[in-house]
Design a protein around this ligand. Structure first.
Ligand code: SAM
Length: 263
C-alpha cells in the first residue's frame, strides 16, 4: 500500500475538479473504461443500480437515458447540483460511501469507479456498506488506483509541476491510496465478496499527459471530451501503450478493475 500526497486534500481536489467542468454528457464509447466494465456487470435491465461516487455523471446518464433504474450519489454537492440542473429526472443525491442511507439488500448492482481509493479512513467500512446494500447474488464493479511504476511516475510528474509553480512549500495532504492487485483482492475477500474478475486497466495512459502522443482530436486537452470518448492516443502512442500493457500490465495500468458478487 502506498499513499499519494498532494497540495490539496482529497475533498478540495474533487470540489475544484467538478466545479471547473460542466456535468458530463452520457458516455459514448462502450469499448473503454468505465463503460466497458459496467456493461460486463449490469446484465439484467430490471435490476436496481447504485452508482457510488458518480462524479460528473457520465455513467449515471448513460444508464438513465436508456431506461435503467439507476441512482447516483457523490459527496461533492456541486457535482450533484450540476447533474440535477442538466437533467432533473436523474436520481442523484449527495451521500458518503462510508455511511449509506439505504436499507440492506436495496440494489442488484453497485458501480464504484475510482471511488474507494479516495478514502483515507473507512475503506473497510465502505466495502462493508457496499456489501450490505447489495442483494444476495448482487454484483459490485469497482476500480482502484494501482501501486506501480505508472502511478509513481504520475505522482512524480505532478510533484515536479507543483514545484515549478511554487507549490512546494504547501502542506501535503492525503490525495489517494494505491494498492497492489493482491491487496485489492484481499479487502474484498475479507468482506465476504467472491471475486469474479480482476484486471489491470488503463484509464488515462501516462502517454496521454504528453500532447505528442494524443490522437489528433485530443491534442488540445478537453476533459469532458476525454471523459465521454476515452483518453485517445495517436496511432504511435497507442502502439507504445499496447506494448507496455502487453508485457508489463501490472506496472503500466493505472487502475485495477474488480467485479465481485455477494455470496
Ligand atoms: C474518479 S471519480 C469517478 C466519477 C465517476 N464514477 C466516473 O467514473 O466518472 C471518483 C468520485 O468519488 C467521489 N468520492 C470520493 N470520496 C467519496 C465518498 N466518501 N463518498 C462518496 N463519493 C466520494 C468523488 O467526489 C468523485 O466524484
Amino acid at each position: 500500500m502506498r499513499i499519494t500526497y498532494r497540495n490539496a486534500n482529497n475533498k478540495d481536489y474533487w470540489t475544484k475538479r467538478w466545479d471547473d467542468i460542466p456535468a458530463d454528457v452520457p458516455m459514448e464509447n462502450l469499448d473503454v473504461y468505465p463503460l466497458k466494465y459496467a456493461q460486463m456487470t449490469v446484465k439484467d435491465k430490471a435490476g436496481k443500480i447504485l452508482e457510488a461516487g458518480c462524479g460528473a455523471g457520465r455513467v449515471l446518464r448513460y444508464y438513465h437515458d436508456r431506461g435503467y433504474d439507476i441512482l447516483g450519489f457523490d459527496f461533492i454537492d456541486v457535482a450533484i447540483s450540476k447533474l440535477k440542473e442538466i437533467d432533473p429526472s436523474l436520481q442523484a443525491e449527495v451521500g458518503d460511501i462510508t455511511d449509506l442511507r439505504f436499507a440492506d439488500q436495496s440494489f442488484k448492482y453497485v458501480l464504484a469507479f475510482g471511488l474507494y481509493h479516495n478514502l483515507e479512513h473507512g475503506l473497510e467500512k465502505a466495502i462493508l456498506e457496499t456489501y450490505r446494500v447489495l442483494e444476495q447474488g448482487g454484483v459490485v464493479c469497482a476500480s482502484f488506483r494501482a501501486d506501480n511504476i505508472q502511478t509513481r511516475l504520475t505522482d512524480w510528474l505532478t510533484a515536479r509541476k507543483a514545484k515549478s509553480s511554487g507549490g512546494e512549500n504547501k502542506v501535503q495532504s492525503f490525495h489517494k491510496m494505491n494498492l497492489t492487485r493482491n491487496e485489492y483482492e484481499q479487502i474484498f475477500t475479507r468482506a465476504n465478496f467472491v471475486i469474479d474478475f480482476i484486471g489491470p486497466v488503463e484509464n488515462m495512459p501516462i502517454l496521454y499527459k504528453f500532447a505528442i502522443f494524443r490522437s489528433s482530436g485530443h491534442k488540445k486537452f478537453d476533459e469532458n471530451k476525454a471523459r465521454a470518448e476515452g483518453y485517445r492516443l495517436s496511432w504511435f502512442g497507442q502502439r507504445l501503450q499496447n506494448f507496455m500493457m502487453k508485457f508489463f500490465p501490472d506496472q503500466f495500468c493505472n487502475i485495477y478493475v474488480l467485479i465481485a458478487h455477494k455470496n
